[in-house]
Design a binder for this molecule. Structure first.
Ligand code: PLP
Length: 319
C-alpha cells in the first residue's frame, strides 16, 4: 500500500485547550482516498450513498493513554458489517490497522476516538445500482469524547425512556453498526423534553433496547442483565461480560422490561464513548438509593485498569 502524507498534516493548526480549531473541526487526522489529511480537509461528496442513503457501516474504537483498547474486536465487527452489506474494502485488515495507528500517531492524541467507515460510495456513471458503486474507506482520529460529562459520571446520569421504537432488526440489522440514527436522535429529543439528560428507546416488543450510542445494563440481587434483542452488541458490553466472567458475577443477555429497569438496584450504560457510565435516575425516580452502586463502581474500576493490560490493549508508536 502506498501512503501519501500530505504536507498539510505537518502544518496542523495550533489547537486550543478544547481541541477545536478556528473552523470548528476537532483537532485530528483523517485518512481518505489514499491520503492523510487534517480533519478540516476530510470531505466526502454529496453524491456518496453513505451521505444520501445512510448506506454505510462504521466502527469506533478508542485509544487511552497511548494504547488502542480491544482493537481486534472492533475490526472483527467492522469486517463482518462490510461483508454483510456486500461492500468491498480497498484495503486488507493489516492495512486498515496500520492506517488507524497512523491517524492516531499523526494526530498526537494520547486519548482518541478512532472511527473507520466504509460507505457505498458512488458510481462513476451515477447508476442507481448499488453493485456499480465504488465503495469508499475513511478513517479518522479525534480527541476522546464521552456520552456522560464529569459531573454525570460522578453522580450518575438522569435518563428518560422514550416511546420511540428502535428500528426492527429485520429491517436494518442492528448488529451491523450503522448510521440509521433517526430513532435514537428523536428518542433523545423526547428525553430532553421530559427533562432527561439522555434516552433509552424501546424494541419492537416494548422492552428496553438501547440509547443513542450505548447499551444498558441493570443489576438486581447482584446479577446483571442487558437487552439482547434489536441492539448493537457493543464492545464495551462485551467487556462487561468478560470482566464479569473473570470476577464471578452472573450476567445474561435477555429481554429487560421497563418495570425491571425502573426497579433495578443499579443501572449503567456502556459505550466506547465513555466506558461504563452510571445511571442513578430514570424518569425522575431514583434507581436504588439514588447513588452510584457498588457493582457499577467495581466494574468501572476494572474496565479502566484493563486499558493498560497488554491482553486488552496495544500501544501506539508515536513519532
Ligand atoms: N448501541 C449503539 C446504537 C451504538 O451506536 C453504540 C456505539 O456507538 C453502542 C451501542 C455501544 O457500542 P460500543 O460499546 O462498541 O461502543
Amino acid at each position: 500500500m502506498t501512503i501519501t502524507l500530505t504536507n498539510t498534516v505537518n502544518a496542523l493548526p495550533n489547537v486550543e485547550q478544547n481541541h477545536v480549531d478556528r473552523r470548528r473541526y476537532p483537532h485530528g487526522v483523517a485518512f481518505m482516498d489514499g491520503q492523510y489529511l487534517p480533519m478540516s480537509e476530510a470531505k466526502v461528496s454529496v453524491l456518496d450513498y453513505g451521505f444520501l442513503h445512510s448506506d454505510a457501516t462504521y466502527d469506533t474504537a478508542h485509544v487511552w493513554d497511548g494504547r488502542f483498547f480491544r482493537l481486534d474486536l472492533h475490526l472483527d465487527r467492522f469486517w463482518r458489517g462490510v461483508e454483510r452489506l456486500r461492500m468491498t474494502l480497498p484495503y486488507g485488515r493489516r492495512e486498515v490497522e496500520e492506517i488507524l495507528h497512523n491517524c492516531v500517531a499523526l494526530s498526537g492524541h494520547k486519548s482518541a476516538y478512532v472511527e473507520m467507515i466504509c460507505t457505498r460510495g458512488s458510481s462513476p456513471t451515477f447508476s442507481r445500482d448499488p453493485r456499480q458503486a465504488e465503495n469508499r474507506f475513511i478513517a479518522f482520529a479525534i480527541p476522546f469524547g464521552s456520552v456522560a460529562n464529569k459531573e454525570q459520571l460522578e453522580r450518575g446520569l438522569h435518563v428518560s425512556i422514550s416511546e420511540t421504537v428502535r428500528i426492527p432488526p429485520n429491517s436494518v440489522d442492528t448488529t451491523i453498526k450503522n448510521y440509521h440514527w433517526l430513532d435514537l436522535v428523536m428518542g433523545l429529543f423526547d428525553a430532553y423534553d421530559a427533562g432527561g439528560e439522555t434516552a433509552l428507546i424501546l424494541d419492537t416488543n416494548g422492552n428496553i433496547a438501547e440509547g443513542p450510542g450505548f447499551n444498558v445494563f441493570i443489576v438486581k440481587g447482584g446479577a446483571l442483565r442487558t437487552p439482547e434483542f434489536g441492539v448493537l452488541p457493543g464492545i464495551t458490553r462485551r467487556s462487561v461480560f468478560d470482566i464479569c466472567a473473570e470476577i464471578g458475577l452472573q450476567v445474561e443477555a435477555v429481554d429487560v422490561s421497563r418495570a425491571e429497569l425502573r426497579s433495578a438496584d443499579e443501572v449503567f450504560i456502556t459505550s466506547t464513548a465513555g466506558g461504563i457510565m452510571p445511571v442513578t435516575c430514570v424518569e425522575k425516580e431514583p434507581i436504588g438509593d439514588g447513588n452510584v452502586g457498588p457493582i457499577t463502581r467495581r466494574l468501572t474500576k476494572i474496565y479502566w485498569q484493563k486499558h493498560g493490560d497488554p491482553a486488552w490493549s496495544t500501544p501506539i508508536a508515536y513519532e
